[in-house]
Design a protein around this ligand. Structure first.
Ligand SMILES: Cc1cc2nc3c(=O)[nH]c(=O)nc-3n(C[C@H](O)[C@H](O)[C@H](O)COP(=O)(O)OP(=O)(O)OC[C@H]3O[C@@H](n4cnc5c(N)ncnc54)[C@H](O)[C@@H]3O)c2cc1C
Length: 405
């Protein structure tokens, strides 16, 4: 693979004797991983005048490629995750402006749409679960509007008559994550961020400080700071000292793409999330005619196989909610690996290894959390401080928990 826009000062062969902790490369930061998180951090940091570089053999190929692109702080709210909810809401609030600015810089669509989300219940038990979710929303002051069965079908005429009712959440939006990756790639090109299309094979640590990375080519890329944004691979990078990051586990998600003939009346007007006899399934329409159906949640290590059982479960749930999907061509079945942490919230901020910053572990909300993470890490790189909204997500929260246990 080749490097694009590589700055000649940034690359140098690894010396056998390193004369000082960090040879001067002219880089403020090197970012490992060009998924949505790494790309957006690079863009925001470069906008602040920092000199940054990215390394990734296949930019945008990880979870950021697989995702459904729901921006759903409210319908994704879970008991015990109130701190994460605040971060999710902070990111959702800045999405429209982030997308607009990105489109202007990139000159390509961001894929953002401000359509709401309808969460529906299929059986009476599902209805009870949804009523509990509505009560949870009320306690937290979140905006969601109960809708009866008839109201659900008025909003989405193709829903099954068996749907018992739902919750309309106007503030839970969507973005086409693949268009967002493409726009961020264009944007970093506009601000001249070098993108090295090679894997990082080692984190370079000298005298207890992260000083750069070694690429698969054998070249070293030195920088003042290293930002680790390698998704579910973040925890297994050679050279990473034990304990610098909490465990980052891969959580498999199988996801399907169906095709709706363009020009035909929209199949669905908004994202529909369903509880079907206790199982979750969602359908997310795209303006260009795609219908995304997802997603499984499987703890199987680094296995990313699409399975007959996974595809069957997704299609069965989706067809029960929206019977008309049977007629649509199935155009893609894919599996991605979400980067999960022990408490399912991201790790953002300085690690115990001086020079190393974490921007990973975004689990099921990484598309949503892209703007807030990028702004937080860019501010940390520029000013040395995390903004208030990102505090509490530093990797040290796990060491503190272990110490007090
Ligand atoms: C099926 C599915 C559905 C999802 N749906 C949603 C959703 O609706 N809404 C939402 O907000 N989130 C969703 N998510 C979660 C979201 O996709 C992730 O949280 C987010 O994409 C994580 O972004 P990332 O940049 O951290 O990781 P990734 O996108 O995985 O990117 C990591 C990058 O690091 C690179 N890399 C790895 N190792 C190295 C190395 N050694 N050297 C250089 N580069 C390396 C990889 O090539 C990759 O490009 C979903 C995830 C899945 C799997």
């Amino acid at each position: 693979m080749s490097s694009t826009a590589v700055s000649s000062t940034a690359l140098s062969p690894v010396p056998s004797v390193i004369p000082r902790a960090r040879p001067d490369s002219g880089l403020d930061a090197v970012i490992i991983g060009a998924g949505l998180i790494g790309l957006a951090v690079a863009w925001r940091a470069a906008q602040r005048g920092l000199r940054v570089a990215l390394a990734d053999p296949e930019p945008g190929s990880g979870a950021s490629y697989a995702a459904a692109g729901m921006l759903a702080p409210v319908t994704e709210a879970h008991y015990g995750e109130e701190r994460l909810l605040r971060l999710n809401l902070a990111s959702a609030r800045r999405y429209a402006a982030f997308a607009e600015e990105l489109e202007q810089v990139a000159g390509t669509p961001s894929g953002y749409t401000a359509r709401g989300t309808l969460a529906v219940a299929f059986s009476q038990d599902d209805r009870t679960a949804l009523d509990e979710l509505a009560a949870f929303h009320r306690r937290l002051g979140l905006e969601s509007e109960p809708v009866d069965a008839r109201g659900c079908r008025a909003l989405e005429p193709l829903l099954s008559p068996q749907v018992q009712g739902g919750l309309h959440v106007a503030g839970d939006h969507q973005v086409d994550n693949r268009q967002l990756v493409a726009a961020l790639l264009a944007a970093i090109g506009r601000v001249h961020v070098p993108l090295h299309r090679h894997p990082v094979t080692e984190l370079l640590v000298v005298q207890g400080t992260a000083v750069g990375v070694r690429l698969a080519t054998g070249e070293a890329l030195y920088a003042e700071r290293v930002v680790l944004a390698a998704g579910c691979r973040s925890g297994s990078l050679p050279g990473l000292p034990p304990g610098a990051l909490p465990s980052i586990r891969p959580v498999k998600g199988q996801i399907l793409r169906l095709s709706v003939t363009p020009g035909v009346a929209p199949f669905l007007g908004r994202a529909v999330r369903g509880l079907v006899r206790g199982a979750q399934v969602y359908l997310v329409p795209r303006d260009h005619g795609e219908l995304v159906v997802g997603a499984t949640v499987e703890e199987l290590g680094f296995d990313a196989q699409v399975t007959a059982g996974g595809v069957y479960e997704l299609l069965r749930g989706a067809r029960e909610l929206v019977p008309g999907i049977s007629e649509l061509p199935l155009t893609e079945a894919h599996a991605g690996l979400r980067p999960g942490t022990p408490d399912n919230a991201p790790v953002i901020g300085p690690t115990d290894l001086p020079g190393l910053i974490a921007a990973t572990g975004h689990y099921r909300n990484g598309v949503l959390l892209t703007p807030v993470t990028a702004d937080a890490v860019a501010q940390l790189l520029a000013d040395g401080e995390l903004p208030e909204e990102a505090r509490g997500f530093e990797p040290q929260r796990f060491t503190a928990e272990r110490a007090s246990a």
